[in-house]
Ligand binder design. Structure first.
Ligand code: BG6
Length: 476
């Protein structure tokens, strides 16, 4: 497939770390033609040649494994438009680069969110190609009013099908697998309700700290950065009713239903069922690598008085017949002791079993590395009437193309299913706003945890001990 990809904010971190490597990987795999045009737009002092050098350096740093030929193709097809991204003249110059070709033209807003409205308004003043797709990164506004305003501005200029409010979690293979697992198998869906499920945890604990991004993070916090978008999107796929089809509208309608069904938290709920915390100095180890992390409040760009959380936990309830009474615990944080990224479905324990006290089954869907497994109790090893809990599961190969690569392919295909539609973004803010308001009012006061620790006391359950895997069958 060929295309013109215009990146507004082409010299920024997102472009270097995620977009350029993804484009390189797509070209390498022939998923994108070598003649794809890449138009970088920013205010920095570049011309085509120096921008190409920048693209080359970014690919060398962040995509060293992409074949040299593919990298060279991306570099060779790059051009630069210098200007203010909120100026219609800049957008006109950038859009002119597609040269009237009927191939898709992507306008990717890899920009601070405060610029989104002004860019959309400028876009309304220029000639737009029919094949235009506009990509808006997160955060989609800072609150419900902001999200509504942005949606209204987008709707004035574009059809909803041209708008991609991307959420790269939707392109992660384990997140995508939720739909197949649930709706392409007979065995799980009959168990997928309050009758059999006791609670569900959606966990995204990270060892990475917020030091390097503190200037951004301190205006966001874990709730806005991770829960409003990524974790609530995961919740929609876990909790949705079967969609009528996999069409974007049908899927989105089911997702919106889930978000609408999330009970609005009262101030008391916020006090009792949310946690907000930030890390103090500590030692974080990852893959044998140990590093000292300073206190969040000492990171450059942080104003401790803002009381921004680097960790949050929120328990939500869905008022639907399927999920009444089942807590959904969402938890995420930075500079924690372990990378734990997973959805855990805790099934109810058995009643009246001949094996009293048997562990309840758990289904774990883990991300990065992607694996899924179901814990089951068996009794055939050792003492025949002693139970052992083992894992039945599979580890999936590393995802390729990367989630950002998948996103770009979907955008070029005009497929909005890896993005949030307008109402999803608004409903997610509807859920998050009362939490922000409660916190601003002093509910659930900010607590601290040491970097490298398990975080503050949490309602999310620690992983159950199981044997690593079923022993290999013996050959007879
Ligand atoms: C981003 C958040 O959207 O997702 C980061 O802003 C977070 O804070 C990141 O670390 C996690 O995603 P991934 O794919 O990089 O693990």
């Amino acid at each position: 497939m060929s295309a013109t990809i215009i990146i507004l904010g082409a010299t920024g971190d997102l472009t270097a770390r995620y977009l350029l490597p993804a484009i390189g990987q797509l070209v390498e795999r022939d998923l994108l033609d070598q003649d794809v045009r890449l138009v970088g737009v920013a205010d920095d002092d570049h011309d085509d040649a120096s921008f190409r050098a920048h693209v080359e350096a970014s690919l060398t740093d962040h995509a060293p494994k992409v074949a040299a030929e593919a990298r060279a193709a991306v570099v060779g097809r790059s051009s630069y438009v210098r200007g203010d991204v909120t100026d219609p003249a800049t957008l006109t110059a950038a859009l002119a680069e597609h040269g009237g070709s009927p191939d898709p033209v992507v306008l990717y807003l890899a920009l601070p969110h405060v610029l989104f409205l002004r860019v959309i308004s400028a876009l309304g003043q220029v000639d737009r190609p029919e094949s235009l797709r506009v990509v808006v990164e997160k955060p989609f506004g800072r609150d419900l009013a902001g999200a509504r305003e942005l949606n209204a501005a987008l709707a004035e200029v574009l059809d909803e099908d041209q708008v991609f409010r991307v959420d790269h979690f939707l392109a992660k293979q384990t997140v995508l697998n939720i739909i197949g697992l649930r709706f392409a198998n007979r065995v799980l869906e009959p168990l997928w309700s309050r009758d059999q499920v006791e609670s569900i945890d959606i966990v995204f604990d990270e060892t990475v700290d917020a030091q390097a991004r503190a200037a951004y993070f301190d205006r966001s916090g874990a709730l806005r950065d991770m829960v409003q978008n990524h974790l609530l999107q995961m919740l929609t796929l876990i909790a949705m009713e079967p969609p009528r089809s996999l069409d974007p509208q049908d899927l989105s309608a089911r997702k919106v239903e889930v978000l609408r069904a999330v009970r609005t938290l009262t101030r008391d709920d916020v006090d009792q069922h949310t946690v907000r915390a930030r890390y103090t100095a500590g030692t974080v180890s990852r893959n044998g690598d140990t590093r000292q992390v300073g206190a969040y409040v000492d990171a450059p760009g942080v104003d401790p008085a803002r009381g921004i959380e680097t960790y949050t936990e929120v328990t939500l309830h869905l008022d639907t017949p399927r999920w009444q009474g089942v807590p959904f615990r969402l938890r995420t944080g930075k500079a924690l002791g372990l990378d734990r990224r997973e959805v855990v479905v805790h099934f109810r324990p058995l009643e009246d079993s001949v094996f009293p006290g048997a562990d309840a089954n758990e289904l774990r869907l883990e991300l990065d590395p992607d694996q899924m497994w179901l814990s089951v109790n068996i009794n055939g090893m050792g003492d025949p009437f002693d139970l052992e809990t083992v894992a039945m599961g599979i580890e999936l190969p590393r995802q390729a193309p990367t989630p950002y690569g998948q996103l770009i392919l979907a955008i070029l295909d005009g497929d909005t299913r890896l993005s949030a539609r307008a109402h999803e973004a608004e409903e997610a803010w509807r859920i998050v706003e009362p939490i922000l308001a409660g916190w601003a009012d002093g509910a659930s006061p900010l607590v601290e945890y040491a970097a490298g620790s398990d975080g503050p006391p949490s309602a999310v359950r620690a992983p159950t001990e199981v044997s690593e895997a079923l022993p290999a069958a013996e050959q007879s």
